[in-house]
Design a protein around this ligand. Structure first.
Ligand code: DO4
Ligand code: MG
Length: 291
């Protein structure tokens, strides 16, 4: 049972539970409103909707990206040894990455507004002025306005690696561009996940029928704890409609072997879900997806 948004046949947007062969509406008009509540209240509403909610056939609706309203997506970076060594290799600024890996204060960056988030089956964006783009498969925490972990999503933090490599100050251009923020469709409630600190994460890249990259890691390889990242994020910020915090990548393809238009990147995380997207460098990725 997962939290989802969908567009009903009358064109309205709903929020509710995906229980496999049925959807049940929650008594909240938006996911932003869900994330204004404490976990205990969300959990109670979820349990009530499972027994009493108005049921819908998933075949009759279109599932949407999981966030709306003022909810933002932020990223944590250089939280895995693999990310630290890859950044140091690709850039002339090795010390910057080594220092931030060891520092108390983590790297945290703004990734996306809710309206820019794309989901499973949507296109993934590549900057046309980037010569080496990579997918970053990451566990994302869904946090309410009270800094509590409500659930988890799969994130592909698409990154223009060759832009960041020229100068780390170019990070916003390397991280924020059309189609760069991909989130799985369904929020898995945190209280239903066993051992969230040790989940398998995989990424596979297909170029036509050929697999050109595959890699895996476990969340247990992350240097920082989830609570630590959440505390730092809320230390200087407010999120009235909650926030999605992607916790960083432990999988990085070899230098120069990045994504090309037409490649399909597929990310999976045990117990959380999957995300599969075909890459494009067309700037109009939002066309037809915005209401
Ligand atoms: O400094 C670059 C960002 C790194 C990042 O996004 C990651 O490690 O996942
Ligand atoms: Mg990342």
């Amino acid at each position: 049972m997962k939290l989802v948004r969908w567009r009903a046949s009358d064109g309205t947007t709903k929020v509710g539970l995906h229980g496999g062969d049925h959807l049940s509406e929650l008594p909240f008009p938006t996911m932003a409103e869900v994330l204004q509540h404490k976990v205990a209240d969300i959990r109670r509403a979820v349990e009530d909707a499972m027994s009493t909610g108005h049921r819908v056939d998933p075949a009759d609706v279109a599932l949407l990206a999981p966030v709306d309203g003022r909810t933002e997506v932020w990223g944590a970076g250089v939280t895995y040894q693999r990310s630290r060594s890859a950044r140091a290799e690709e850039s002339g600024f090795e010390k910057v990455y080594h220092d931030v890996y060891d520092a108390d204060r983590p790297e945290l960056f703004f990734k996306s507004a809710a309206w820019r988030v794309l989901t499973d089956g949507d296109p993934g964006g590549l900057r046309p002025d980037c010569t080496d783009s990579v997918g970053e498969p990451e566990l994302a925490l869904v946090l309410n306005r009270h800094a509590e972990i409500v659930g988890a999503l799969v994130c592909n933090d698409l990154t223009s690696r060759s832009v960041e490599a020229v100068n780390p100050i170019y990070l916003p251009q390397a991280k924020v561009f059309p189609g760069s923020c991909l989130l799985s469709t369904a929020i898995v409630p945190w209280w239903t996940i066993d051992t969230p600190e040790d989940l398998l994460i995989t990424m596979t890249v297909h170029r036509g029928p050929e697999v050109v990259f595959s890699g895996e890691t476990r969340t247990s390889a992350m240097r920082r704890g989830y609570g630590e990242l959440v505390t730092w994020l809320f230390r200087g910020e407010q999120f009235p409609d909650g926030v999605v915090l992607s916790t960083g990548t432990g999988i990085v393809p070899p230098l120069g072997q990045g994504l090309r238009p037409g490649d399909r990147a597929t990310v999976t995380i045990d117990q959380v879900g999957g995300l599969s997207n075909v890459m494009t460098d067309n700037r109009n990725v939002f066309e037809g997806l915005l209401t």
